[in-house]
Write a protein that binds this ligand. Structure first.
Ligand SMILES: *Cc1c(COP(=O)(O)O)cnc(C)c1O
Length: 346
């Protein structure tokens, strides 16, 4: 048995999803003539009660497009120090938009409205970059799949309004937060100027993200996507996977969350583990004792055909997903229970 917990992006389409893809009605989406892409964009527009939506080949491109449309070169955005847009988008914020990030030292990838307010540069003080945008991430990946407190997101909206800042949500794993906290897409649609969501994470699609916003913002996004080279032709084959996933793969995320909690419990019992972060969704982040070598630990797991990932600074991550089955889960829990790890020679 092989268990791969490096990410929820490793899933392959189910047979039913592949069938939906193969029978999709398609056209040239660069001419906006792909019926299935149009249907996917409309479906998400309805779900979030936002005016418009645009299909993207990646979450990175959707986020980068949002940042581009809200800013001018030399502006500044505010985000958490663990934000994906800052850590994992190849420096695109500066490359694509000429924008800098002011980083909040938040809590597990989230921060308070008061913290954000104190990071806004006074607009008439022309020595500092002009603050234009606040970006949040729900769930927060490097935070450990953290769900934001919706009240705090509402307070942040007030801060944005007071200071005329745009408000973007990196919702790559928003689906996990919606299920974990029993929230609705509309409540997010009402709050944010733009939202990106991934179809290729927990929802199990091979490719695809969507950016949502006002008609005006999405008209701009269409031009920016063209500039970034993200216009795709018969993309309906991919959008059909998204349509299928929105109908069949959202509520089942609760199973991924339950498994992640059980993994947390198994890890907490083991002597080689120093600390496990709180688990709220499908991500388990944990730290090894100081006298345990990380590479040795991951190699021992590999010998048992278990793959996990290191996120640097001592953070190890396991992510549960659609292709992580019940038998794999039993096997992992059993292996963790009997695993013996040698201390590093100091
Ligand atoms: C995965 C992810 C993205 C988008 O990544 P792509 O690999 O480009 O689809 C954006 N934000 C977060 C928090 C993510 O985890």
């Amino acid at each position: 048995m092989e268990v791969n917990l490096i990410s929820d992006t490793i899933t392959k389409p189910t047979k039913a999803m592949l069938e939906a893809m193969m029978s999709a009605e398609v056209g040239d989406d660069v001419f906006k003539q792909d019926a299935t892409v149009n249907a996917l964009e409309n479906k998400l527009t309805e779900m979030f009660q936002m005016e418009a939506a645009l299909f993207f080949p990646s979450g990175t491109m959707a986020n980068q497009t949002a940042i581009k449309l809200h800013t001018q070169p030399s502006d500044q955005l505010i985000c958490d120090k663990d934000a994906h847009i800052y850590n994992y988008e190849g420096g695109g914020v500066s490359f694509n938009s000429g924008v800098s990030c002011k980083l909040i030292d938040g809590t597990r990838g989230t921060f308070t409205a008061a913290q954000a307010a104190s990071y806004i540069n006074p607009p008439d003080f022309y020595h500092s970059p002009l603050t234009k945008l606040i970006c949040t991430e729900n769930t927060a990946n490097r935070g450990g799949g953290t769900c934001w407190d919706f009240n705090e997101l509402m307070k942040l909206k007030d801060v944005c309004e007071q200071h005329q800042l745009a408000y973007h949500l990196d919702g790559a794993r928003l689906w996990n937060a919606l299920v974990a906290k029993n929230e609705s897409p509309e409540q997010y649609g009402l709050l944010f100027d733009t939202i990106s969501v991934c179809l290729s994470k927990g929802l199990g699609c091979p490719v695809g993200s969507v950016l949502l916003g006002s008609k005006e913002h999405i008209d701009k996004a269409l031009r920016i996507r063209k500039v970034f080279g993200g216009g795709m032709r018969q993309a309906g084959y991919l959008a059909a996977a998204g349509m299928y996933a929105l109908d069949h793969h959202i509520s089942r995320l609760a199973e991924d969350h339950k498994k992640a909690l059980e993994i947390r419990d198994a890890l907490e019992d083991r002597p080689f583990v120093k600390k496990v972060e709180p688990v709220e969704t499908n991500i388990v982040i944990f730290y090894l004792q100081d006298d345990i070598d990380e590479v040795h630990f991951m190699n021992e797991l590999m010998k048992n055909n278990i793959k996990i990932i290191s996120m640097g600074m001592g953070k190890l991550r396991m992510v549960t997903h659609l292709d992580y089955t019940d038998p794999m889960h039993e096997y992992l829990l059993k292996t963790l229970k009997i695993l013996k790890i040698k201390k590093a020679a100091i």
